[in-house]
Design a protein around this ligand. Structure first.
Ligand SMILES: NC(=O)c1ccc[n+]([C@@H]2O[C@H](COP(=O)([O-])OP(=O)(O)OC[C@H]3O[C@@H](n4cnc5c(N)ncnc54)[C@H](OP(=O)(O)O)[C@@H]3O)[C@@H](O)[C@H]2O)c1
Length: 331
């Protein structure tokens, strides 16, 4: 029996368990392509999928890991030959289908993105779902009319995965980026990623009964939601847009119609999970070229093996991350 080392989660008689175990390759689930995973990453959703309270895991046990990149070892799909480097994220991966926290993953070909020229498994996983979401956000803002030189663009949750990637991608396009963070000691790091100004999270998450405030932002990438998204809507400039992807600051949105009907602002919803595969592959080509953060090859990313994963998964759920943490399932 061929097996692979895997990090699994799920309920047991003695409660929720996280285990590093050997799993039969035959148990990896359906799919026409077998991938040797070189790297995965840690996203907020991986934290949710790995905890009982998260209510995200839909199979039991589950190998989490919504991102993976590696080399094809077996394939029944004509477009994907053994030896090819690929990446995958989203759809059911790491939620209802075994994900990237294992040495091998079996994946449907229609979920796979051929590794774009200029990226490798490590840099692709530094980007991961978080960076892909940041890229979708920048793309959505530009489709809605944002151009470099139009004014400051706010990035919230700046030290996290989506935020730090958004800073690098916006800076690569020449935007003036203002980063908001709850981690004042990371201001220099955020500037090194491309932020021209760093402001306190408290400033952008304050509750207010005022329907509108001073017009400030030419655009915004918001992965925090809650009172932060409400603040952004009150302070966007006339006709500007916010790309909203996340909920680390809460799911409720207390707002009113004034930003929409008096300032013509746009609330752009961002979903990384179900993007049709052709658009996904095209977006990864942009990530490898014009949206590529300048620091992608030089930025240090902590890499953990399967035994050290638990602590990192707990950390992301309390907002304790700085940038991206990579997972090497072979160490
Ligand atoms: N729509 C999609 O397809 C999609 C895809 C990926 C991620 N997401 C969502 O986007 C969010 C961010 O994901 P991520 O992987 O970047 O997570 P992350 O690395 O943990 O980053 C989230 C950041 O939000 C800030 N934050 C944490 N708690 C907060 C609070 N109570 N109030 C305000 N800010 C808080 C922190 O940044 P600072 O300390 O710098 O403020 C934290 O680093 C999550 O909600 C995730 O589910 C959605």
């Amino acid at each position: 029996m061929i097996t692979t080392r895997a990090f699994t989660v799920g309920p047991t008689e003695s409660g929720w368990a996280r285990t590093v175990t050997e799993l039969a390759v035959a148990e990896l689930g359906p799919g026409d392509v077998l991938v040797r995973v070189e790297y995965s990453g840690i996203n907020f959703k991986d934290g949710l999928a790995s905890s009982a309270e998260g209510r995200v895991a839909r199979i039991d046990p589950l190998i989490p890991g919504i991102d993976l990149a590696g080399v094809i070892v077996e394939s029944d799909a004509p477009a994907f030959a053994p030896g090819m480097r690929v990446l995958a994220h989203g759809y059911d991966l790491g939620v209802a289908h075994h994900g990237g926290y294992a040495g091998l993953a079996r994946v449907p070909a229609e979920w796979l993105v051929p590794m774009p020229a200029g990226l490798d498994s490590r840099t692709a996983m530094m980007v991961g779902t978080a960076g892909y979401t940041a890229a979708l956000s920048v793309d959505a803002l530009e489709r809605a009319g944002l151009v470099a030189g139009s004014g400051p663009v706010l990035v919230t949750g700046a030290t996290g995965g989506v935020g730090s990637m958004a800073i690098g991608m916006l800076a690569a396009h020449g935007y003036e980026v203002v980063a908001s963070t709850g981690k004042a000691d990371q201001a220099d790091w955020l500037r090194s990623l491309g932020a021209s100004e760093v402001i306190d999270r408290a400033e952008v998450s304050a509750e207010s009964t005022r329907p509108l405030e001073r017009e400030r932002w030419a655009g915004a990438v918001d992965c925090v939601g809650g009172s932060t998204l409400a603040y952004v809507l009150r302070t966007l400039r006339y006709g500007a847009s916010v790309a909203a992807s996340g909920l680390t600051g809460g799911t409720a949105l207390a707002t009113n119609v004034h930003p929409f009907i008096l300032r013509g602002v746009n609330l752009l919803g961002i979903d990384s999970v179900q993007t049709p595969i052709d658009r996904r592959r095209a977006m990864w080509d942009r990530i490898a070229t014009d949206l590529r953060p300048a620091w992608l090859d030089t930025e240090h990313a902590t890499t953990v093996g399967l035994h050290a994963l638990g602590a990192e998964l707990d950390r992301i759920l309390v907002g304790g991350m700085r940038g991206r943490v990579l997972v090497d399932p072979n160490s």
